[in-house]
Structure formats: structure tokens, C-alpha cells
Design a protein around this ligand. Structure first.
Ligand code: ADP
Ligand code: MG
Length: 680
């Protein structure tokens, strides 16, 4: 009997194996068939000829035509990868990951082998990699290690129309290396039709247009402005679901929080309707969505059901989801805004441009006629929206980019070949900040501190905080804090039905009013003590996924510390040392309490408030340092720690004078006086 069993088992595995092979073979064949249906496919040979004939080519084609997934494969098929890798840049990390996953499937290879991706803090490539999808920021960093990009045969700057800061800087750098690397092919691809600007910039490079197929889209406006666009979006989704013919829905929201709220409400309301309606499959997609959930948005919708995709701007042009027939566009996007006068940067929800609105509408008409529901009035659209989105370079803090350029030996920034130059004021502000952080000397040259800072793929203030931790002998603690800050605001979670429990659990880490930075350190260390326990995370209302990401980031930062020869030392009990180290990076972000409970930033006075989620929100210390500002109903400081004003003068004597930090009214005012209730 036993031998029969063995025999059975053997046969069974064999059969399973060959079944798997034939299954994946037919899946592969099916994918090959799909590739041929893309608009791009009909122009394959013509395109390859044009690339052969010209060093620089601008490629324009409707979103979903196959630029990102197909062009690198075509180039590989005709041998370009024999002379080096093909880089394809994406402005968004989710797009880089998702597209790489798709292309690896189409090529029948394992992700990370021949086809890989590289995003900040995550390198999914190997020696085998020939097609490398990467964020534009990562390619920018590769210049630091390889200024001529010698390991690449082709660089495709994709989604060029997005005009992110990194893409704009890449333009200048790749244009420059193309001159002394005639063998390098440069492709600039974009989804918008006004490609002349790219062509002009790249010395009149030819434009290759892929005629798109677009079906008519019926545009609907609201008759009056919506007071609550989130609610309006949810109601509209449900209305479409119950009244409209089959076809999936795409809703544009501004960020993770909003998407999660919408998801919750939609689930609740559809549950209430029970079996009276067809199944509604809810698919969120945003930058921090865990990889295993990202694939869900691409799964075909089962017969009889309908899919509603709740997406950030990522679905505007970066990702194409097949089957969308209805688009709901509330008309907003979360954008960075920067005031070069004060040097203050903040995230805020802003109206989109007309160009964006039209791109969004177009997403519904890819496979057949579509409908777009704009949750604003026609008057708004015609009179209030800007024509185009302002390129990021003109509305952001440039310190990071200036540090990178300086590290590349590019000194004359005012004469850098920008497609659209940043405001001179913003450039000066960046130089000023880097000087204040001691990354540049008076002549604007990179210092040793600056060189070390540039090794870290972080904002200069964070890198400075890390480099300074050497002096305060707390590098081990500081990189944990830096890693936790880099994860973003997704460490703690707060389920609607357990808010009190969640808040209590969170406040446990704030014992002694240590401030948010130290609290984050405590969270990290406690988790580590439990040997990275998932159970512990559940019990403390902490997102285990975010913690794992923090651990990955921390590991990489530890590696970089070694590179800049800073010893890993913990000084956990000396909180002042840790806070001083934070101050060394973040001293420009200091604020002082006002009589009415608000704060005033020190250097460029502006009124700000402690975010209700901060541990010190009810304590209101006299002096604080903050990580970032977010503008919602008010200008809020997020991640706040108490500070001793004398540290500012001690740590940044070139930036603060004694008079800046004199506590003129402090004697008159008791600690914590004048707190505001409405914020809680
Ligand atoms: P473009 O870059 O021109 O906008 P893409 O190459 O991204 O076009 O997309 C081509 C096709 O590949 C689209 O139909 C899209 O739906 C499909 N696709 C892209 N990424 C994925 C993915 N991760 N999973 C499934 N399909 C995908
Ligand atoms: Mg694309």
C-alpha cells in the first residue's frame, strides 16, 4: 500500500506541476494576446525605428495606451538591454511597483529578477534586472553614485506631464549626459497633448504621437456647490450603482484618511441595503496601500457586481484600471504649497486644474462611452479652475534638490537648465536653510556635514538630525525616530467604535509629556522588546504594517550611518540629548506659545496650532519644535516636542540670537494657560 501511496503522491505532484506549467503557459499566452490589443502595439515597429534614428524622442499617448508597460519590453525585445538596463521613471511609488509587477507577469518572470523596481527604502532588483521601474527621485539619487548612468542603455522619463520636482531636475541632468553619451537613448513620455514644450526643451526633439482611442464622455455638473464633497461622492456612487447600467466607478479623493472614511461609510450603507442591490466591491488605492492589496483594483469585476475604486490622484494618469465607465470628480487634490518668503511648506487640499479635470473625465471613456460626475458647478469649472497645474518646482521647498545638485558638483544653480525655473527666492531660501544646517559654507560649497547629509535619502532637516546625533551620542535612538517619522501618520489607528481605547493606548507612550518624537521612539522600542510582536501591535492600536516598514527603513538608515562612519550608540535615558539632536535638524521649526493658546513661529512669525493628535495638545508647553505643518481648518503643527529656548541659541547661534528667544511675557503667564477647547 505504502508504495502505491508513494506512487500516487509522486504522480500527483508531477501532474500538479505540469498543470501549473500549462496553466501559466496559457496565462502567459493570454497576456501576450492582450498586449497586442493595446494601441501602442500597432506602432511598435515605427516607434522602434524612430528611437533607432533619434537619440531623444518625445512620446505622447493617451493614458492606458501602453507606454509604460510596453515600450521598455519592445526595447528589450530588439536588444537594447544587451548594452545596459532600461530605466523607466514614475512620479509615484505605487505606480512603479504596480507596473513592474504587471510587466514581470507579461514577461513570465519573477518580480525582482529581470523586471524590478526601485523606490525609496525598497529595492526590488537583482543582478539579473534589465527593466527597472523606479521613482524619479530614485533615478535622481543614482546620479550620486553613477553620474553618467553608465549601467543604462535607455532612460525613459515617463509621466513627464506630471512635472514633479524630481522629474524636472532629471530633465536637466539627462539632457546634459545625453550630450557626452551618444549611445544613450532618452525617451520623454507624456499623456498630454502639448508635447511641444518638451520637444523645445530637448533641442527640438521629434515627437512621436500614438493616436488614442477615446469614446465620448458625458459631463455632468452639480447645480449648486457641494458643502461636503465626500458625502456627495458617496451618495453619487450609490446612485450610480442602483440606477446605471453595468460599468465600474472611479472616485477621486485626496488622501488615505478620506479614502478610508469613504470606504467605511460605503460599506455601512450598502450593508444597510442588504440584498436589495447588486454587490458593490470597494477598492481603495493610495500611496501607502499595502502591496498585497494593490493588485485587487486590477482584478476583473465578477458578473453582476460593480466595482468602485476610491483613488487618489494616482488614478488620474499613472494607473489605468480597465472597465471604468463612471468617474466621480469632487475637484480636489492634496498638494504641497510653499511660501518662499517664510520658507514654510504645508500640505493642503486644493482645487484641481482644468487639465486635471479633463484627464479625470477621460478615465471613463477608455473602453466605451463614459460618464463623468463633477461635484462642482459648470460655472466653477469655467471660471475658477486654473488651466494647468503649476509645476511642483515652483511651489515647493528646494532644499533637498539643492543639496543633491551640490553633491553632484553643480554649483551655479541660478543658471541650471530648468524647463521652468523655480522662483529665485525659493532657491535662495534653500541655500539659506542648507547654510543654517551647516551643509554649505559661506561660499555655498558643500561641507563635510553636507556631504554626510546627502547620503541619506531624506529631507535635509531629517538628515541633519541624524548626522548631529553623533555629537549627542544617540544615533541609535535618532534613526528609530527618523524611521518612524518617515512612515508618515499611519502608526496609530483609531477605529470608530473604539476611539477611547485607542486614545488611551496612544497616551500611554506619552507618559511624562515627552512629546511626539520620544513617544514614537518608545513605541518602536516597546515593539522591539516584544520581539516585534503582532499581538502587541493589536493590543496597542498600532498598525503592524507601518511598524514593519519603520523597521525596514531603520535598518537602511543604520547601514547609511556606517557609510558615513557614525557609530551606532543609544542614549535612551538622556531625553535632552535626543531632543537636542532633533533640534539640530529642526531648529527652523520652532514656535512659542501665545497668550490665546496659539503658537507663533519664531523666525518668520506666523500663527500656528498644535495638532489635536499631538501628545502635547493639552499641555501647551511654552516652546516647541515641530516636524511639519498641515493646513486644514487651521495651520497645524504635527509631531511636536517641547524645547528649551536656550538650546536654539546653543545649537544654531548663526540662526537665532538671544533676543529671538527671550521669554518676555512668560513670567506673567502660568503654564498651560489660555488653552483652547475647540481644537480637541
Ligand atoms: P500608459 O502608460 O500608456 O498609460 P500602461 O502601459 O500603464 O499605459 O497600461 C497598459 C495596459 O496595461 C492598461 O490596459 C492597464 O490596465 C494594464 N495594466 C497596467 N498595469 C497593470 C497591472 N498592475 N495589473 C493589470 N493590468 C495593468
Ligand atoms: Mg503610464
Amino acid at each position: 500500500k505504502a508504495s502505491v501511496m508513494d506512487g500516487d503522491k509522486f504522480d500527483y505532484e508531477e501532474a500538479e506541476d505540469s498543470l501549473e506549467k500549462s496553466r501559466s503557459k496559457s496565462a502567459l499566452e493570454a497576456l501576450q494576446e492582450e498586449r497586442k490589443k493595446l494601441p501602442m502595439y500597432h506602432y511598435r515597429d515605427e516607434l522602434l525605428q524612430a528611437i533607432h534614428d533619434h537619440q531623444v524622442l518625445v512620446i505622447v499617448g493617451e493614458t492606458g495606451s501602453g507606454k509604460t508597460t510596453q515600450i521598455p519590453q519592445y526595447l528589450h525585445e530588439v536588444g537594447y538591454t544587451k548594452h545596459g538596463m532600461i530605466a523607466c521613471t514614475q512620479p509615484r511609488r505605487v505606480a512603479a511597483m504596480s507596473v513592474a509587477a504587471r510587466v514581470s507577469q507579461e514577461m513570465g518572470v519573477k518580480l525582482g529578477h529581470e523586471v524590478g523596481y526601485s523606490i525609496r527604502f525598497e529595492d526590488c532588483t537583482s543582478e539579473k534586472t534589465i527593466l527597472k521601474y523606479m521613482t524619479d527621485g530614485m533615478l535622481l539619487r543614482e546620479f550620486l553614485g553613477e553620474p553618467d548612468l553608465a549601467s543604462y542603455s535607455v532612460v525613459m522619463v515617463d509621466e513627464a506631464h506630471e512635472r514633479t520636482l524630481s522629474t524636472d531636475i532629471l530633465f536637466g541632468l539627462v539632457k546634459d549626459i545625453a550630450r557626452f553619451r551618444p549611445d544613450l537613448k532618452l525617451l520623454i513620455s507624456s499623456a498630454t497633448l502639448d508635447a511641444e514644450k518638451f520637444s523645445d526643451y530637448f533641442d527640438s526633439a521629434p515627437i512621436f504621437r500614438i493616436p488614442g482611442r477615446r469614446y465620448p464622455v458625458e459631463i455632468n455638473y452639480t447645480t449648486a456647490p457641494e458643502a461636503d464633497y465626500l458625502d456627495a461622492a458617496i451618495v453619487t456612487s450609490l446612485q450610480i450603482h442602483v440606477t446605471q447600467p453595468p460599468g465600474d466607478i472611479l472616485v477621486f479623493l485626496t488622501g488615505q484618511e478620506e479614502i478610508e472614511t469613504a470606504e467605511e461609510i460605503l460599506k455601512h450603507r450598502t450593508r444597510g441595503l442588504g440584498t436589495k442591490i447588486a454587490e458593490l466591491i470597494i477598492c481603495p488605492i493610495y500611496a501607502n496601500l499595502p502591496t498585497e492589496l494593490q493588485a485587487k483594483i486590477f482584478e476583473p469585476t465578477p458578473e453582476g457586481a460593480r466595482k468602485v475604486v476610491l483613488a487618489t490622484n494616482i488614478a488620474e494618469t499613472s494607473l489605468t484600471i480597465d472597465g471604468i465607465k463612471y468617474v466621480i470628480d469632487p475637484g480636489f487634490v492634496k498638494m504641497k504649497s510653499y511660501n518662499p518668503r517664510t520658507g514654510m511648506e504645508s500640505l493642503l487640499v486644493t482645487p484641481i486644474s482644468k487639465a486635471s479635470a479633463n484627464q479625470r473625465a477621460g478615465r471613463s471613456g477608455r473602453t466605451g462611452p463614459g460618464k463623468c460626475f463633477r461635484l462642482y458647478t459648470a460655472y466653477n469649472f469655467h471660471n475658477d479652475l486654473e488651466e494647468n497645474t503649476v509645476p511642483e518646482i515652483q511651489r515647493t521647498n528646494l532644499a533637498n534638490v539643492v543639496l543633491t545638485l551640490k553633491s553632484l558638483g553643480i554649483h551655479d544653480l541660478l543658471n541650471f537648465d530648468f524647463m521652468d525655473p523655480p522662483p529665485a527666492e525659493a532657491l535662495l531660501k534653500a541655500l539659506e536653510l542648507l547654510f543654517a544646517l551647516s551643509a554649505l559654507n559661506k561660499l555655498g560649497e558643500l561641507t563635510k556635514v553636507g556631504r554626510r547629509m546627502a547620503e541619506f535619502p531624506l529631507d535635509p532637516m531629517l538628515s541633519k538630525m541624524i548626522v548631529a546625533s553623533e555629537n549627542f551620542k544617540c544615533s541609535d535612538d535618532i534613526i528609530s525616530i527618523a524611521a518612524m517619522l518617515s512612515v508618515g501618520n499611519s502608526i496609530f489607528y483609531r477605529p470608530k467604535d473604539k476611539q477611547v481605547h485607542a486614545d488611551n493606548a496612544r497616551m500611554n507612550f506619552h507618559t511624562g509629556n515627552v512629546g511626539d518624537h520620544i513617544a514614537l521612539l518608545k513605541v518602536y522600542n516597546s515593539w522591539k522588546e516584544t520581539n516585534y510582536s503582532t499581538q502587541w501591535c493589536y493590543e496597542n492600536y498600532i498598525q503592524v504594517r507601518s511598524m514593519k516598514r519603520a523597521r525596514d527603513i531603520r535598518d537602511q538608515l543604520a547601514g547609511l550611518l556606517e557609510r558615513v562612519e557614525i557609530e551606532l550608540i543609544s542614549n535612551e535615558s538622556d531625553l535632552d540629548a535626543i531632543k537636542k539632536s532633533i533640534t539640530s535638524g529642526f531648529f527652523p521649526h520652532s514656535a512659542r506659545l501665545q497668550k490665546n493658546g496659539s503658537y507663533r513661529t519664531i523666525k518668520h512669525p506666523q500663527t500656528v496650532h498644535i495638532h489635536p493628535s499631538a501628545g502635547l495638545a493639552e499641555v501647551l508647553p511654552r516652546w516647541v519644535i515641530y516636524h511639519e505643518l498641515v493646513l486644514t481648518t487651521k495651520e497645524y503643527m504635527r509631531q511636536v516636542t517641547e524645547l528649551k529656548p536656550e538650546w536654539l541659541v546653543e545649537i544654531a547661534p548663526h540662526y537665532y540670537q538671544l533676543k529671538d528667544v527671550e521669554d518676555s511675557y512668560s513670567k506673567k503667564m502660568p503654564r498651560g494657560a489660555g488653552r483652547i477647547q475647540e481644537d480637541k
